[in-house]
Design a protein around this ligand. Structure first.
Ligand SMILES: *Cc1c(COP(=O)(O)O)cnc(C)c1O
Length: 353
């Protein structure tokens, strides 16, 4: 007998994003804006002064403070992950017991369910309606009936691109006092900060709010995520995470990037304008193409059209060196530069009926 992987690992597939050279990449919801030279210089200056022989700050205080300043929260309610993905993994593995139930509002960010299965947490998948929205009272009733220990959802949602109004989010939190509600606000910057639970994350004993540098902040490569909650849960998460989870270079980069408030706001404005541009172009296309069956109004930096023969359309775009995300009956297309938006819509114009 030789060593055998345990069953749950045997069936697990490594994450497989589109890889390789594409002329246009609109598949991963990244920012299409590059860091400016001045910001890059500040980061490299900071890294040049770093003590490479020493462990970094285990709490990444400089990054937490910069984040807290930009978003107007108290830094004592903030902790960090090596990318938000790491924090999501930790929340599911450490804030739930084996056999507990995690409620997911599908379709939603795929990692929630993947981590649940990995940690032997029971995923309870609630299917959204045809229009990809939820009935909040129905979610509450089902969550109560199933006695779910955690409810995790992205708001606005990846992949549907739809935001859930703040009053509905508050209703969920208040109606389910025994359930830990985790609101993943990876795309909130593109919608409306007034819809965010960030500033009141510490005020509910059953709420945690998530943010990342990978989307609106335009720094997917540095791997930096933030969790905001009350002191009790932040302390628990700090204790549960590995001590030096965020490396020194990332801490410096995050501090510099998040301190450039004016540039950040300008970039977010520019990405939102690109989203509007892509959505307008896609609406015009939809008016001429019966193959586009449905497309929600996006609150994110991507559109999510339901397309006839989506897999074939995805492949045809790939042939034209354009990468988008294929998701069942839908395509998820990140907004890019004006030229990239025009190119993907022109390609779809050729491909679709
Ligand atoms: C991109 C994304 C994340 C992951 O963010 P990272 O910080 O890059 O790990 C988490 N949640 C949602 C909904 C996302 O779309």
């Amino acid at each position: 007998m030789s060593y055998q992987l345990i069953e749950k690992l045997k069936s697990l597939k490594p994450y497989d994003p589109i890889y390789g050279e594409y002329k246009i990449r609109l598949d991963a919801n990244e920012s299409f804006l590059h860091l400016d030279a001045e910001t890059i210089q500040k980061i490299t200056d900071g890294i040049a002064k770093m003590d490479f022989n020493r462990y970094p700050d285990h709490n990444a205080a400089i990054a937490c403070n910069a984040f807290a300043q930009f978003y107007g929260v108290d830094p004592q309610y903030v902790t960090v992950g090596n990318g938000l993905d790491e924090s999501i993994s930790l929340l599911i593995s450490c804030f739930l017991n084996k056999g507990d139930t995690l409620m997911i509002l599908a379709p939603d960010f795929a990692m929630y369910e993947i981590y649940a299965r990995l940690y032997e947490v029971e995923p309870y998948v609630y299917q959204k309606g045809e229009d990809l929205t939820i009935d909040v009272e129905d979610v509450i009733a089902k969550a109560k009936a199933k006695n779910v220990q955690m409810l995790m959802f992205s708001n606005p949602c990846n992949p549907t691109s739809i935001g859930l109004d703040k009053q509905d989010v508050i209703r969920l939190i208040e109606a389910l006092p025994d359930t830990l509600v985790v609101v993943d606000e990876a795309y909130m910057d593109f919608w409306d900060e007034d819809m965010s639970m960030l500033k009141s994350a510490h005020a509910y004993p059953n709420l945690m709010v998530l943010r990342t540098c990978s989307k609106a902040v335009g720094s997917a490569s540095i791997r930096m995520g933030f969790v905001v909650s009350d002191s009790i849960k932040i302390r628990a998460l700090k204790a549960a995470k590995s001590p030096y989870n965020v490396n020194g270079m990332t801490q410096i980069a995050a501090q510099v990037i998040l301190s450039e408030h004016q540039k950040l706001r300008q970039n977010i404005t520019q990405i939102k304008a690109s989203r509007e541009d892509l959505y307008a172009k896609m609406l015009a296309l939809q008016a001429r193409k019966s193959d586009i069956l449905f497309m929600p109004k996006p609150d994110t930096n991507f559109v999510f059209p339901k397309v006839k023969n989506a897999k074939a359309v995805f492949e045809a775009l790939r042939q034209k060196s354009i990468a988008v995300r294929y998701m069942g009956e839908h395509l998820r297309i990140t907004c890019g530069t004006k030229e990239e938006n025009a190119a993907v819509v022109a390609a779809l114009d050729e491909i679709l009926q």
